[in-house]
Design a protein around this ligand. Structure first.
Ligand code: IPE
Ligand code: IPE
Ligand code: MG
Length: 247
């Protein structure tokens, strides 16, 4: 199926993707799971390029969840190595394309080599004003919210805030995504219909798009299809159609 072009006047500012299905993609080819993760990096490159082309401001990629630490040690190690090598190899090109690299998640839990490589990439791209490419690493929504609650509790104890002063904004400001717009569109590949602990707070009014496509097969055309689908929806935010149509 050939993709139409998304309406350039209605491009989501923030797209979040649960990149799922690498293992199954490899299994279909009688290969080890890590082979699928390697192939997944190619899909990331295509999607980053397409987002840059469309003028998307934020692309948040779920690359490794808190729960993924429970996978076999061999796979976890291979994923961390792949991460280090990919960041090292891709950052100069991303920098050239004005991409700004960021991260959400429990950075401290990552291996030192990963932390160092990420820091380097963040530093190199710090002044870039194009696409914000956010990697969710050792990330989970419940971890993030728990962390935010701990920080607010400290502010309470220190007398910096009163309980009745806590608003939704107070909480949003303590999340890793503080200062980022909420995603308008969340994509999950591989035919799984769940959030798997991704961006729990931020997706309260996000449009979800599910596709059977396995992550390594996801490309620009697949992204365009997701965006076009999003553009055909009516976002009501609790209101009625009539209210939305009154400009
Ligand atoms: C997604 O692919 C990548 C990560 C979670 C790191 P999977 O590894 O989950 O692939 P499947 O779901 O087993 O096919
Ligand atoms: C979600 O995929 C996490 C990432 C894509 C990084 P999983 O493959 O870990 O999700 P579950 O376990 O099937 O829900
Ligand atoms: Mg999976």
């Amino acid at each position: 199926m050939s993709a139409g072009q998304p309406d350039p006047n209605n491009i989501p500012r923030h797209i979040a993707i649960i990149m799922d299905g690498n293992g199954r993609w490899a299994k279909l080819r009688d290969k080890a799971r890590i082979y699928g993760h390697h192939a997944g990096v190619e899909a990331v490159r295509k999607v980053v390029e397409a987002c840059t082309e469309l003028g998307v401001e934020y692309l948040t990629l779920y690359a490794f969840s808190t729960e993924n630490w429970k996978r076999p040690e061999e796979e976890v190690n291979a994923l961390m190595e792949l991460l280090v090598r990919t960041i090292r190899r891709e950052t100069p090109e991303l920098d050239k394309n004005n991409v700004h690299i960021g991260m959400i998640g429990d950075g401290h839990s990552l291996p030192p080599a990963c932390i160092a490589e990420l820091e380097e990439a963040k530093k190199m791209t710090a002044d870039n004003t194009g696409l914000n490419l956010i990697l969710a690493l050792s990330y989970s929504g419940r971890w993030e919210i728990t962390h935010a609650v701990q920080q607010i509790a400290k502010d309470l104890v220190n007398g910096n805030i009163k309980p009745e002063e806590i608003t939704e904004q107070t909480i949003a400001d303590k999340l890793n995504t503080a200062n980022m717009p909420e995603p308008e569109l969340l994509i999950r590949t591989s035919g799984e219909y769940r959030l798997s602990n991704f961006l729990l707070w931020q997706t309260a009014y996000t449009e979800y798009y599910f596709t059977e496509t396995l992550w390594p097969d996801f490309d620009k055309e697949a992204l365009f299809n997701a965006i076009i689908d999003y553009q055909n929806r009516e976002r009501r935010f609790g209101k009625t159609t009539e209210q939305i149509q009154v400009k």
